[in-house]
Design a protein around this ligand. Structure first.
Ligand SMILES: CC(C)(COP(=O)(O)OP(=O)(O)OC[C@H]1O[C@@H](n2cnc3c(N)ncnc32)[C@H](O)[C@@H]1OP(=O)(O)O)[C@@H](O)C(=O)NCCC(=O)NCCS
Length: 452
């Protein structure tokens, strides 16, 4: 049972709580905020959803205190050791590890849908090659939403996802579109022509197919394995900011691609998936190990943030960071060069983990601390790292979207707020009588208009 959320399994007996002499009967099952509210308590205020559960899910279990991550009960360490991203995505989305036959069908279904719709291609190529790939990805997914009208409730009605065939088609289309779109963005931003669908090999693993769409030709098995592991480590992490955004958007009944747009937009931020890009820029700025003490002093004075450290849920080592650290060493053996930044990263981690500031706050390296170094060794530019994160996380987003559609508790997400403004009512003053508000604007002329 998740820590701190009583009775999510529904197996516990009812109990009573007393608040200011008032006894409230709590029925078995989850302790619902609505029960407390109905009993006369005020609504709960929970910035950042730090202490309330907005959804129930059987996809991923995390014990942040012990550093445990399991998907459908399987520890992440075993999954990385024994299965690949295709099996994991199947497990997340459909709830069970695939048989050999189902795995072949899953890979085949995806590799049959590699054609980039014309409008999506046009949207991608309309961007400047120097545009951030995450911005392009958001736009490309939005174009997917408009081009796959049969999978969009706005065009085809609210029942498209209640029909099993429609749901399956949405899942497979979304899963197969992501590598095709991401590869097209990669090629466009690198100034290269986008690969045609006929050049994409069939019946290959997700990672191999994707690498082929990036570079063509035969892929290094070892690099495909590394990418596969990174995709797996990014695949799902329960109600993180982007996955919650996907659920939030889906609750309105919008199509799957628009929900994914919301997920990508949330992931873009430097406190979430954008952290892997920020880590690399931070390590580059630090430059060498001699600058670490000075950098950490700036972090402690709140002038900097140690990117790739800290997590809302983990108050222990992020198990994904351990796996990534080992993988980084293997990658450097394969590519044959050792990036001096790995020395900076290792020393930065060692020093921070001994420093009271980080120890007291239980700040440990997270998944993003080492992932960027590996992506860099594989030849990717930093701005592409969050796109690769999104590629792996798309499996989790789709799994949560699918699970949420069947949730009997599903309602449109519509949080409350604490209104802290002027109570009113006030009379609207004449324009000549108004005071205040000038601090937002000044009267300098606008001298530059950004060119798009
Ligand atoms: C992930 C993150 C957003 C979680 O935020 P959160 O759960 O809201 O945690 P808080 O911001 O409340 O942090 C708690 C304390 O630790 C400090 N802290 C947290 N992460 C920190 C970091 N990376 N560097 C420096 N201080 C940090 C906060 O300043 C705060 O200190 P205070 O109590 O003295 O004010 C945060 O740890 C962070 O910004 N990390 C860096 C970005 C990153 O790597 N993101 C990827 C996450 S997978």
């Amino acid at each position: 049972m998740p820590e701190g959320f009583r009775g999510l399994s529904g197996s516990e007996s009812p109990y009573q709580i007393s608040i200011e002499g008032k006894h409230i009967e709590i029925p078995s099952g989850p302790l619902r905020s609505s029960t407390l509210y109905a009993a006369g308590l005020p609504r709960l205020y929970d910035p950042g959803f730090a202490t309330t559960a907005a959804y129930s899910s059987s996809i991923t279990f995390i014990d942040g205190g012990k550093g445990i991550l399991r998907h459908r009960g399987y520890p992440i360490e075993q999954l990385v050791d024994k299965v690949g991203f295709d099996e994991l995505s199947y497990l997340l989305i459909f709830g069970a590890l695939p048989t050999a036959y189902n795995l072949a069908l899953w890979q085949q279904a995806q590799s049959q849908r590699v054609t980039l719709p014309t409008c999506v291609r046009s949207v991608i190529t309309a961007f400047s090659p120097s545009a951030h790939p995450m911005s392009i990805l958001i736009a490309a997914l939005s174009a997917m939403s408009a081009s796959r009208t049969s999978l969009n409730p706005a065009y085809s009605g609210q029942t498209v996802y209640s029909d099993a065939a429609g749901r399956r088609e949405a899942i497979v289309t979304c899963m197969s579109a992501m590598p095709v779109i991401v590869a097209a963005i990669y090629r466009h931003t690198a100034g290269l022509p986008i690969f045609s669908a006929s050049a994409v090999p069939h019946k290959q693993s997700f990672a191999t197919r994707f690498l082929h769409m990036l570079n063509g030709g035969d892929q290094s098995k070892s690099l495909a394995n590394t990418l596969d592991i990174l995709l797996m480590l990014h695949a799902d992490h329960e109600q993180n900011c982007s996955t919650s955004a996907v659920r939030h958007l889906s609750s309105s009944g919008v199509d799957i691609f628009s929900s994914m747009c919301g997920g990508v937009a949330a992931l873009y931020g430097p406190l979430h998936g954008g952290a892997c890009e920020s880590v690399l820029r931070m390590l580059t700025r630090i430059g060498n190990v001699d600058n670490i003490p000075n950098f950490l002093e700036r972090v402690k004075r709140r002038q900097e943030r140690l990117m790739g450290f800290g997590h809302r849920i983990y108050k222990n080592y992020d198990p994904r960071a351990r796996i990534i650290q080992q993988e980084a060493r293997r990658v450097f053996e394969v590519v044959g060069t050792v990036d001096p930044l790995i020395q900076v990263a290792t020393e930065l981690e060692r020093t921070a983990l001994q420093d009271d500031f980080f120890v007291q706050r239980k700040l440990y390296p997270n998944v993003d601390f080492y992932s960027g170094i590996i992506y860099k060794a594989m030849g990717f530019e930093p701005q592409f790292f969050p796109v690769l994160f999104a590629l792996g996380r798309s499996a989790g987003w789709i799994a949560h979207w699918n699970e949420f559609l069947d949730d009997p508790d599903r309602r449109i997400a519509r949080p409350h707020q604490l209104y802290i403004g002027v109570k009113g009512p006030r009379d609207v003053p004449d324009v000549t009588q108004r005071v205040g508000g000038q601090e937002f604007l000044d009267d300098r002329p606008v001298i530059a208009v950004a060119r798009l």
